[in-house]
Design a protein around this ligand. Structure first.
Ligand code: DQA
Length: 153
């Protein structure tokens, strides 16, 4: 069974109470439960990691490279300026899919820039919690497509 790490960056632990008009009113815990259940439907085992600290997210990406087949990452505000997280993604070979609940391209100007996008396999944004579920669908697809290609990326 493929193992997928779901990584949430800063302030995402407050989902449900944080700006519900933007991020929805489902709690962090219930969203994670839906993600885990959706992963199971695809035959993927999902584990969840959340941190408000840049270095901890980087450490976890390093750990993930040997422990998981792929990462689904919502880096929160770090998306827009963390070259250190970008470098960590570039350093590992497993696919990382960038996710956002909100449409980052339709909000404040500073949010429309993602410094991690060029080193991620793709970006899904704007569908609330379904962004994570769509990312799992995409992860299932690319892991099987990569296997067929035999490139292991
Ligand atoms: C976010 C968008 C970011 O701009 C913001 O800083 C977040 C959440 C999203 O999921 O829509 O913390 O990544």
């Amino acid at each position: 069974m493929k193992k997928i790490l779901i990584m949430h960056g800063p302030n995402l632990n407050l989902l449900g109470e944080r700006e519900p008009g933007v991020y929805g009113s489902d709690s962090f815990e219930s969203i994670n439960n839906e993600i885990i259940a959706h992963g199971m439907e695809h035959g993927m085992h999902c584990e969840v990691f959340q941190s408000n600290h840049e270095g901890e997210l980087i450490d976890e990406l390093h750990i993930a490279r040997k422990k998981y087949d792929g990462v689904i990452l919502n880096a929160g505000a770090y998306t827009h300026y963390s070259y250190a997280i970008r470098d960590a993604i570039a350093a590992i070979k497993i696919p990382v899919i960038e996710v956002h609940l909100s449409n980052i391209h339709a909000r404040d100007e500073f949010r429309s820039k993602s410094v991690i996008a060029p080193v991620c396999r793709g970006q899904i944004a704007g569908f609330g919690k379904y962004s994570y579920l769509a990312a799992l669908d995409a992860m299932s697809y690319i892991l099987s497509a990569d296997r067929e290609d035999g490139d292991g990326q």
